[in-house]
Design a protein around this ligand. Structure first.
Ligand SMILES: Cc1cc2nc3c(=O)[nH]c(=O)nc-3n(C[C@H](O)[C@H](O)[C@H](O)COP(=O)(O)OP(=O)(O)OC[C@H]3O[C@@H](n4cnc5c(N)ncnc54)[C@H](O)[C@@H]3O)c2cc1C
Length: 475
C-alpha cells in the first residue's frame, strides 16, 4: 500500500498553506506563531521550493539559489524566524565583474560603487549621488511607466559601460531587464546597495532544517509529498483543498504555488470575475535559468581571490536578448569555499548560472535535450578555465539543470526563477477580493521575489490572513 503522507492530519485547519517555498514557509510560521492551526502542504519530498540543494556522491552538496541576497534578510530572519538563523547570515565580499568593457572587484555597496563610478567611470559625484537617491526614493506607489532604460538614460546617457555595471547583477538577482519598470530595478538595487551581498553560512540545507524545526515548535503541521490538486470554492468563499485524494477544510487558504497555476489550475477561472481573469491571463512569467554544478575534488582548494560571485560576459554590450540567448555569452559564477559548510573534508564547489527561456528547452526531443545539457557542461568548463585553471582535471562531478528541471521540481510554470513580471503583484493582491478566504504569496512582480522578497511577502499576506480570520469570527 502506498505511504499515507497525510496520516494523522486533521479534517479542518484555520489555514492551509499550499507550497513550502520561502513565502509559504514564512507565512506558515507567522500564522503558527499567531496561534492559528496551520497545515503546510508541499508536493515535493523536500521543503524550500527554489531555495533548495542536492547531494551527490563524494560528499558534494550543491545549492540552487543561494548566491546572494540583501542585508534585509538579517532583520527578516530575526523577526520572523530565529536568532540562530539571522546570526548565520554573512557578507560575500568578493564580487567581480569581467567583460569586454571592464574587469573589477567590489564589495557591492553604495560607498564602493560611488567610488568606482566617480574614479573609474569618471561620473560627476553629484550625478552619482542623485542617481543613488533617485533609486532609493522609489516606492511601489511611484510612476510605474518609466523603464529602467529610461532611468539610466536620464543619469548616464550613452554610457553603456555604466549601465552594464549597474544592471548586470540585478538582472541576475531578480530577472529584471532594461524594459521592466524602473521601480523594479530601483528597489532591489537600493536593497543591495545598503550593505552589500549576503549568504547563509551552512548552506540551504541547514537553513531549511532550522526553519522546519521552528515551524514544528510553533505547532505547524508540515507535510511533504502532499500535492494539492484543487482549491475548492463555493458561493464566493474558499472551503477546502483536495490533496492526495483527501478533502481538508480551512478557514483560509494561502497558495504559494505559481500565481497563474493557482488561478487557472488549482481554483479554476469560473470562480473569478471576467476582468480579473483577463488581467491574470495577461500576466507575463519571468524568465528561467540554466545552471551547471561543478565540484572540485575534495581537498583541492580554490584561491579565495577568485571571488564569491563573478559576473562574466564575452558580449561586447549588455543586452537582454544576449542574456537570454541559448548561445551563452554571460555566466554568473558562485564560488563556494569550505567555509560554506565547514564540517567534513574541505570542498570547493562552483555553480554557473545563466538566464534562459523555457521555450528554448521545453520541446527538445529527449536525445537532443540530453546532448544540449552535455554541451552546456562542456562550454561552461571551457569558459571557467580562465578563472579556475585546469578545471577539467580538477572536477570530480559536473551536471546541468535547465528550465525544465526547475518546472519539474517546483511546478513553477515555465520554470520561472523569479515568478511573474511586475503586473503579477496586482493580480496576486486582488485574489482575496475575488474569493473570500483565498490568498496568494510568492514570487510576483520582481520586488516580491528572490529570497528576501518572497519571505517578506509571505509575512505581509500571513498578517492579512490572520486579520481576515479574526473578522470572520466576529462577523
Ligand atoms: C537558479 C535560481 C537562482 C536563484 N538565485 C537567487 C539568489 O541568488 N538570490 C535570491 O534572493 N533569489 C534567488 N532565486 C530566486 C528565489 O530562489 C525565489 O524567488 C524564491 O525562493 C521563491 O520563493 P517562493 O516562496 O515564491 O516559491 P517557490 O520557491 O517557487 O516555492 C513554491 C513551492 O510550492 C510548491 N507547490 C507548487 N504547487 C504545489 C501544489 N499543487 N501542492 C503543493 N505544493 C505545491 C512547490 O513545490 C514549491 O516548493 C533564484 C532562483 C533560481 C531558480
Amino acid at each position: 500500500m502506498p505511504r499515507d503522507f497525510l496520516k494523522g492530519a486533521r479534517d479542518r485547519y484555520d489555514v492551509v498553506v499550499i507550497g513550502a517555498g520561502l513565502a509559504g514557509l514564512t507565512a506558515a510560521n507567522t500564522l503558527g506563531r499567531a496561534g492559528r492551526s496551520v497545515l503546510l502542504l508541499e508536493q515535493h519530498y523536500k521543503l524550500g521550493g527554489m531555495a533548495t540543494w542536492f547531494k551527490r556522491p563524494g560528499g558534494h552538496i550543491f545549492d540552487i539559489s543561494l548566491h546572494g541576497f540583501p542585508y534585509g534578510m538579517v532583520k527578516s530572519c530575526r523577526r520572523y524566524w530565529t536568532a540562530e538563523i539571522a546570526d548565520s547570515i554573512v557578507q560575500l565580499k568578493g564580487i567581480r565583474f569581467d567583460n569586454p568593457m571592464f574587469s573589477l572587484t567590489t564589495t557591492f555597496n553604495r560607498e564602493d560603487f560611488s567610488k568606482l563610478l566617480i574614479e573609474r567611470f569618471q561620473i560627476q559625484p553629484q550625478v552619482v549621488n542623485e542617481f543613488f537617491d533617485a533609486a532609493r526614493g522609489m516606492n511601489f506607489y511611484d510612476d510605474q511607466q518609466a523603464t529602467t532604460r529610461e532611468l539610466f538614460d536620464r543619469f548616464f546617457p550613452g554610457r553603456e559601460d555604466v549601465i552594464r555595471l549597474l544592471m548586470e547583477p540585478i538582472t541576475y538577482a531578480n530577472g529584471s531587464t532594461l524594459e521592466d519598470p524602473a521601480i523594479s530595478y530601483g528597489i532591489v538595487f537600493s536593497n543591495f546597495m545598503s550593505k552589500g551581498v549576503f549568504t547563509f553560512q551552512g548552506g540551504t540545507d541547514r537553513l531549511i532544517q532550522l526553519m522546519e524545526a521552528e515551524l514544528r515548535r510553533n505547532g505547524v503541521d508540515v507535510r511533504i509529498n502532499a500535492n494539492v490538486e484543487r482549491i475548492d470554492c463555493t458561493g464566493g468563499r474558499v472551503r477546502s483543498v483536495t490533496v492526495n485524494g483527501r478533502t481538508i477544510e480551512a478557514g483560509a487558504v494561502l497558495s504559494n504555488a505559481n500565481l497563474k497555476h493557482t488561478i487557472f489550475s488549482l481554483v479554476g477561472e469560473q470562480h473569478f470575475d471576467r476582468s480579473f481573469v483577463d488581467d491574470a491571463r495577461a500576466v507575463r512569467l519571468n524568465n528561467s535559468s540554466t545552471q551547471v554544478y561543478m565540484a572540485l575534488k575534495a581537498d583541492d582548494l580554490l584561491d579565495e581571490s577568485t571571488g564569491d560571485l563573478l559576473f562574466s560576459s564575452t558580449a561586447p554590450v549588455f543586452r537582454t536578448e544576449l542574456l537570454l540567448s541559448r548561445n551563452i555569452t554571460s555566466r554568473t559564477y558562485s564560488f563556494y569555499y569550505p567555509r560554506t559548510r565547514p564540517q567534513g573534508r574541505p570542498r570547493c564547489l562552483i555553480v554557473s548560472s545563466t538566464n534562459a527561456r523555457y521555450e528554448d528547452w521545453a520541446h527538445l526531443p529527449e536525445e537532443e535535450y540530453q546532448a544540449s545539457k552535455r554541451d552546456l557542461c562542456e562550454t561552461t568548463l571551457d569558459a571557467l578555465d580562465k578563472y579556475v585553471p585546469n578545471v577539467r582535471q580538477r572536477v570530480d562531478h559536473v551536471e546541468a539543470s535547465t528550465p525544465r528541471t526547475f518546472q519539474h521540481y517546483t511546478q513553477h510554470l515555465a520554470g520561472a526563477s523569479f515568478g511573474t513580471k511586475f503586473e503579477g503583484l496586482a493580480v496576486s493582491r486582488a485574489i482575496p477580493q475575488q474569493i473570500q478566504g483565498l490568498y496568494h504569496a510568492g514570487s510576483v512582480g520582481i520586488i516580491m521575489s528572490g529570497w528576501l522578497g518572497a519571505m517578506n511577502y509571505g509575512v505581509i499576506v500571513a498578517n492579512e490572513v490572520d486579520n481576515g480570520l479574526m473578522k470572520l469570527s466576529t462577523d
